[in-house]
Structure formats: structure tokens, C-alpha cells
Ligand binder design. Structure first.
Ligand code: PMP
Length: 346
């Protein structure tokens, strides 16, 4: 890996971050707070939240077995994706490399930040090789984006190739693990010490059942986390989100039971969909959704909308012609979908 200073935008490296009132006084012994121009009237959200979310991170450190110093919390993992561009990619000079197809926000954030986005098509099994990504990288490639399990394909990327990339690429490698809780593969968050160039993304939006609170995690070296914290909005995670995160982290057994049921339903849905004449292929999934190739994705999508059932039509996505992406619901919701699909007349 290049020295972090060389990877970081010079203005970000030099930046003296905004120092908020709650950064400057962190103690709890005081009883009169006249430092932050807040309202004194407890309604009860009159005080600014902890800018570095100490309580959430302390609990998360236990649950995820990652030291709090290696954790960044953002307004969804989308915030961490955007911060990667803002911290490391000089607009119109630097570029990033990503697999295709994958999660659409990497490209959107690249375009918003005026950073070139280089895509490398996956193979017919939705796999990649480290060499094919390295072949399009150059000295201005700051970040390579991987997503495993991948969205919308649902498969885990080959671990050996991810490791090869981590060992050979001299910039940052992002491994987006939004769906890792549904996978049999271990997370890369346990390998932060081995790979100084890794940034692992996870989220409260999927397995943790908390998409509405907008809370994403990035796990990386202390130095990378410090850079994110330097450029984020001062109070990026509001108090209601912090409270809800603590509450759901304390119910991790209930969350594990949801995940187990969703994995079971994923297998059942895949089996039953495969029996239907309209299904051409079910791609193996390690996520909480299934990618299904069907006879006519757009016609079936529209038919399902008419039945009040919304899936995602991925027909226009690379390598996903005539594919629908179906999120695993409750057993009842999955049955409703299956019954509607059974009644579809081709
Ligand atoms: N990464 C992937 C692969 C996703 O599919 C999604 C959401 N669909 C996200 C990140 C965004 O997650 P969040 O809600 O934490 O912003």
C-alpha cells in the first residue's frame, strides 16, 4: 500500500477539522451547559448528540469484535461510500475501479464527485479476478470497490481473489459487506491488522432490520477512520438513531433469529421458484434476496405490480437480462409472491 498521505487528497490531509462544542468539552461532571447555543429546555432532544457516538461504538465493538477506534459510523453506509471519494479522489484526476454489475451508489458517488469510474464486467458466474481489475488500474486509481455478497447478483465474491487484490493493490480496497450476515463466509472485518488498505462496509439496514434509522459502519485502520471523522459532518448521527442502534444491538438474539428464518426462507423460495415454468434460472444467493432469470422480466414485474407485489426489475443491468431481484420476506409474504407467480399466464 502507498503511504496514506500519498493516497489522501492534499487538502484533506492538511485540513484542520471543525471543532464542535461537544468535541471541546467531553466530560460529564458539569451540570450547566452554556457552550453550544442549544436550547436549555429539555423536550427531550435539546442537546447535540455525541459527535463520535461513543456509547454505540462501545457496544458495537463488543458485538462485532472490532476495537471502537477502528469503527466509523455514517448516515447509512452510503455516507462512508461518499466520504471515500471526498477523502481520497481528486476530481478529474483520480479514478476508482469496480466490478460490474454491482451496487449502483459507487458510480453515482463517483459522478457526483467528478471522479472517473472504471467498470470491469464479471464473468458468467458473477465472479472476478484480481488481475482483471488491476489491468484497468493505473497510478491514479485510489479505490477498488468490491461487494460481497454482491448486489444484485447475491453471490459471495471469490475470497482468494479478494485476498490477492488486498495483497497486490497499492490503493484502498473496499469490501462492501452489507449482506454478510446472510452469508456462510466470514467477514473481512477480522482482518484489519493483516490488510492496512481494507475498508469493510456494513449496515444496520439489512440483517439488523433498521433501514429507517440510516446507520452504516466502516471498519478500517485507525488512520483511515481518523480521516473519515475529520471530514464528516460534526453531528452526522442523530440522537434518535444512536438510541435505536443501542436498543437493537441489545436484542441481537432476536436479530439472529430473523436472519436464520430469512436464510431458511431463501432456500425454500429458491426451490419453489425453480419449480415454476416461468423460471429459467435461480442464481445461488448468500444474501437476503434472490436473483431469478425468468421468461420475460418486464412482463412479470408489471403483472406482480398489478397484484400489489413489488420486486426489482434488473433487466437493464449488465449480465442480468430478464432478471428479477426478489427480497426475502416473511413466510406469508413469500407465499403471496409464490401464489401470484403460479397464477401468471405466459
Ligand atoms: N451496500 C450495498 C451493497 C447495498 O445493497 C446497500 C443498500 N441497498 C447499501 C450499501 C446501502 O446501505 P445503507 O442503507 O447503509 O446506506
Amino acid at each position: 500500500m502507498k503511504p496514506l498521505k500519498e493516497l489522501t487528497r492534499p487538502n484533506v490531509w492538511r485540513l484542520k477539522p471543525y471543532s464542535s462544542a461537544r468535541d471541546e468539552y467531553k466530560g460529564v461532571s458539569a451540570s450547566v451547559f452554556l457552550d453550544a447555543n442549544e436550547s436549555p429546555y429539555n423536550n427531550p432532544i435539546n442537546r447535540y448528540p455525541d459527535p463520535l457516538q461513543g456509547e454505540v461504538k462501545a457496544l458495537l465493538a463488543q458485538v462485532k469484535q472490532v476495537p471502537a477506534e477502528n469503527i466509523f459510523l455514517g448516515n447509512g453506509s452510503d455516507e462512508a461510500i461518499d466520504l471515500l471519494f471526498r477523502a481520497f479522489c481528486e476530481p478529474r484526476i483520480d479514478n476508482v475501479v469496480a466490478i460490474d454489475p454491482t451496487y449502483g451508489m459507487y458510480q453515482v458517488c463517483a459522478e457526483v464527485n467528478d471522479v472517473e469510474y472504471r467498470k470491469v464486467l464479471l464473468d458468467e458466474n458473477y465472479q472476478f479476478t484480481a488481475d482483471s481489475l488491476l489491468a484497468v488500474a493505473d497510478e491514479h486509481t485510489k479505490v477498488i470497490f468490491l461487494c460481497s455478497p454482491n448486489n444484485p447478483t447475491g453471490n459471495d465474491l471469490c475470497r482468494d481473489e479478494i485476498v490477492k487484490l488486498l495483497n497486490t493493490f497499492d490503493g484502498l480496497v473496499v469490501v462492501d459487506e452489507a449482506y454478510i450476515d446472510f452469508s456462510d463466509s466470514p467477514s473481512f472485518r477480522f482482518d484489519l491488522a493483516k490488510y492496512p488498505n481494507i475498508v469493510v462496509l456494513q449496515t444496520f439496514s439489512k440483517a439488523w432490520g433498521s433501514a429507517a434509522i440510516r446507520l452504516g459502519m466502516a471498519f478500517a485502520s485507525e488512520e483511515i477512520i481518523a480521516l473519515f471523522n475529520k471530514i464528516k459532518y460534526p453531528y452526522n448521527i442523530n440522537i434518535l438513531t444512536q438510541q435505536q442502534a443501542i436498543s437493537v444491538l441489545q436484542r441481537k438474539e432476536e436479530v439472529a433469529a430473523w436472519v436464520a428464518l430469512l436464510r431458511q426462507e431463501r432456500a425454500r423460495l429458491a426451490d419453489e421458484l425453480l419449480q415454476l415454468p416461468l423460471t429459467e434460472k435461480i442464481f445461488p444467493s448468500q444474501a437476503n434476496f434472490i436473483l431469478a432469470r425468468v421468461a420475460d422480466a418486464t412482463a412479470i414485474y408489471n403483472y406482480l405490480v398489478g397484484q400489489g407485489i413489488i420486486v426489482r426489475n434488473r433487466h437493464s443491468v449488465s449480465l442480468c437480462g430478464n432478471c428479477l431481484r426478489i427480497t426475502i420476506g416473511t413466510p406469508e409474504e413469500n407465499n403471496t409472491l409464490l401464489n401470484a407467480m403460479k397464477e401468471y399466464k405466459q
